[in-house]
Design a protein around this ligand. Sequence first.
Ligand code: ADP
Length: 737
Amino acid sequence: MAKKPPRKDKPTDRGSPKAPGTPNTNEQTPRSRTGRDTRSWEPEIKASSEGPAGRPDTKPAESADGTKLPGASQPTGGGKMPAKAPDSKPAASPAGDRARARAAAPGRPASPADSAAAKPGPMASKPTPPKAEASAAEKDAPTAAGKPPATPMPAVPARPAETATAPAATAAGTPKAPTPEEHPEPAAKGATGESTGAQPAIAPPPGQPTPVRPPAAEIEVEQLEPPPAVETAATEEPPPVVRHLPSIYIVHITPEMAPVAKVGGLADVVFGLTRELAIRGNHVEIIMPKYDNMRYDHIWGLTPAYNDLWVPWYEGAIHCSVYFGFVHERKCFFIEPHSQDNFFNRGSIYGFNDDVLRYAFFARAAVEFLWKAGKHPDIIHCHDWQTALVPVYLYEIYQHLGMTHPRVCLTIHNFKHQGVTGGELLRATGLHHPERFFDYHRLRDTHNAHALNILKGGIVYSNFVATVSPRYAFETKDQGQGFGLEPTLHTHHMKYGGVVNGIDYDVWNPEVDTHTPAHYSVDTIEGKYDNKRALRHRLMLADNEKPIVAFIGRLDPQKGLDLVRHAIFYSLERGAQFVLLGSSPDQGINADFWGLKRMLNDSPDCHLEIGFDEDLAHLIYAGADMMLVPSRFEPCGLTQLIAMRYGTIPVVRSVGGLADTVFDKDHSHRALHERNGYVFENYDQTGLESALGRAIACYFNHPEHFRELMKNAMRYDYSWNIPGQDYLNIYHYTRNR
Ligand code: ADP
């Protein structure tokens, strides 16, 4: 075999990522009225709890009432090959596509899948597994009552969130409102549920429709009489059952959104979810900081929208401008503060000593903007600790000004980061009365009586708290992975649940992906091998019969970096190739991987790319055979979902969202055609080898089985179709309480 040429100057080597930008000290904006330099303020107090590393690998994991968690207890060791999965038409994806097409029309009729997802309880659905086969008669025949045929997706079994962590449907299936002690109700709804009705004080920029408040009529999930049975041609769909959900006005307040400001999966979630909500006929807006390092090339028609926003801060106020622009059709407001604090002009998004104050300010500015602009959304959806003060401000300040309408949903994408800080926060934000906020049942940190915990405040004050998978909801509440917030989650368990993230099927689609040379689908899967060749060519890997094992992700200890390192050598030893794409803001970690890269530079079977490269990521998803995700903990994980979309087999640790979405080929309790990857339990080298070894062996020894597994993975529907409906259910649930 030809030795790989030295690759010191390989075109794909983009060098290590930039160090976090240093604060821009060039003062271009007027000083704040306070004239106060908040950066000199005390540093953030770190939460003292450790990560879940070394969690005893107890199995099986069970909820309090003994409900077994999916994928939680996989026996290890060799297993029998599954029988060939029936090569039926991919059921889930077309169903998802049809639902999407119907969803494009406001007031669309709900698909059977939607109806299933919309059953009582906000956490009603889970990723849709592919259906093995349905007879033509089953598929086409309307029921006697003229209802749609049996859904092409199989019935959704109960899942842990419904038993262990979900916002609890009662026996009758109706969500039960928590008691006031469990949930100090923020922002009490007006007597009629109506807003003040004030019109937006800002003129919409050209091309933007005037924001219209949706009617505040009582929500009724109406089940209309199905139309009389009509003789239809066999190919036509029967008339669906019509279900009316009124459109609602939703504002997402977020520190990140792809592609303009992306650090991790949160950015992708906001991008995908907001689009899904909009195509379902809702009015959706996004508020985020106006960072200097945003991808402005992805913002269309950026226009000043509100020039005179004064945001209270310390004893004074900071002047802000608000801009409006479209990000791939999403309506976005960008807040730009003018102060010497220079909050968002620092060359990178996070990583500063005053991050807590930066985002406490942003959250206050976002609410102040809504208030001053006369916007009264039905739902404010916040993300992570950076915006978790929004419900606190609403309840403690703005409801007294008359802003009683919005309900708040907080999604926690990662419990590791909580915004733990000192009492200075209260002085800056105008949340006076320290005795009130240092109360254990409000913002006081669980571990440090002298610290405030912003994320905890978000949990206490929000109307609903979601995290990004049911399994992670369970782990954070009951398995000690809440980084100290377990007691708070227990107190508020009635409004806590998990929704598995989706991925954007417009961005991640092997049939039309503009980043890859060959396009393919589940029916033309051979096209994937052209991408494999292209990937090898780009990374100067040897072209041979070996499988390619890949890792894409932040180089963060959370991602299981020691196992990634082990997997590189193990893969090479087992006759596979290995590709890594990742970077870290921690220069020490980057240096380690640069060292590894230099060590392996001459290998014709290995390439490590240290950096962030969206284009290369697409090619790896499309060209690799296996995607490794050996995380210590993983709230949801997008890489395994994207990999499956591209027929790349995930090899994952059974934790968090990975356990909810990947089902082991040999040891799952799922039907054979629903198995889509390889899973291991123990966070150690033996665990990793048990899964990766089986994957590589299957690739070499049973290629036809491996191919079936690829097809199974591709048939899953991990789009935003189902989680979009889940979030809508949550919104309606919170509005009706
Ligand atoms: P997290 O949010 O913890 O970073 P996720 O799996 O939820 O992890 O999301 C990671 C997202 O970022 C995926 O879309 C992945 O493809 C992308 N990504 C991570 N690292 C890189 C990189 N170095 N280059 C390109 N894309 C990356």
